[in-house]
Ligand binder design. Structure first.
Ligand SMILES: NC(=O)c1ccc[n+]([C@@H]2O[C@H](COP(=O)([O-])OP(=O)(O)OC[C@H]3O[C@@H](n4cnc5c(N)ncnc54)[C@H](OP(=O)(O)O)[C@@H]3O)[C@@H](O)[C@H]2O)c1
Length: 247
């Protein structure tokens, strides 16, 4: 039985999709949850729904992970309300898909800024408090395409492969402080991000998935909650794939 009572979890980009399902699972396990998204109002609405559904303490805070000032503001609010963060899920992510020859520097930079620099900035913001407490869990969202590559996603795949190196290095640097750092690499999960793909691309993906279905946000959330729990005490620097056998 996973019990996260007494712990505070912050999930970046938890107004929708995988982040939202993760925030819910963490709340169900008893954690206090900070729901975040770029629009504070929306984050508050989702947090309010979470309080109703799970009875847990949840707050909504506006947070753009690509903006250091926004991170600063959000974290000082969280410190005021809950005193800090024990579990950080670096989930916020975007894609700007285009074939490499047509990829503009802006497409490259924006995806790096949110997915990779955002993960760096967010982690650096919360990690000092975790080090003082000598307990912490950091879980980063990679992707199967960070391992396989994918046409039209040179920017996105670079960030998702980069997350793996970042995770492994931090795991080594922070292990002595009892902070574990792991990554989850989802395959094709049904969210707004994949909803935008053309029907024929989705069908082609489906044919490659041995389990014969797309993943649900909860399939990923379950693994994140496991990694956040005491059951995963001795796991660090690891990547867990959640893809129905795709890779
Ligand atoms: N879906 C998949 O098949 C799949 C596969 C592999 C990996 N992943 C990874 O899993 C993570 C979640 O994906 P998803 O499919 O759930 O995405 P999604 O449905 O598009 O949701 C993205 C979330 O990130 C937030 N967000 C976007 N830009 C942000 C920013 N600059 N600062 C803070 N929050 C921001 C959005 O909130 P607001 O719009 O409210 O700001 C939203 O809550 C991503 O890292 C993605 O790369 C997804």
């Amino acid at each position: 039985m996973i019990n996260l009572s007494g712990k505070t979890a912050l999930v970046t980009g938890s107004t929708r999709g995988i982040g939202r399902a993760t925030a819910k699972r963490l709340a169900e396990a008893g954690a206090r949850v900070v729901v975040t998204g770029r629009v504070e109002e929306r984050a508050r609405e989702v947090a309010s729904r979470l309080r109703e559904e799970t009875g847990s303490e949840a707050v909504g805070v506006g947070l753009d992970v690509g903006d250091p000032e926004s991170i600063e503001r959000a974290y000082s609010k969280v410190k005021e309300i809950f005193g800090g963060v024990d579990i950080l899920v670096n989930n916020a992510g975007i894609n700007r898909d285009v074939l490499f020859v047509r990829m503009k520097p802006e497409d490259w930079e924006e995806v790096i800024r949110v997915n990779l620099t955002g993960t760096f900035l967010m982690t650096q913001k919360v990690v000092r408090d975790m080090m003082k407490k000598r307990w912490g869990r950091i879980i980063n969202l990679s992707s199967v395409v960070g391992f396989t590559g994918n046409v039209g996603q040179a920017n996105y795949t670079a960030t998702k492969a980069g997350i793996v190196g970042f995770t492994k290095t931090l795991a080594k640097e922070l292990a002595g402080r009892n902070i574990t750092v792991n990554a989850v690499a989802p395959g094709f999960i049904e969210t707004d991000m994949t909803e935008a793909l053309p029907e024929e691309v989705k069908e082609a993906y489906l044919k490659q998935i041995p389990m014969g279905r797309f993943g649900r946000p909860e399939d990923v959330a379950n693994v994140v909650v496991f990694l956040a729990s005491d059951l995963a005490d001795y796991i660090t620097g690891e990547v867990i794939h959640v893809n129905g056998g795709l890779f």
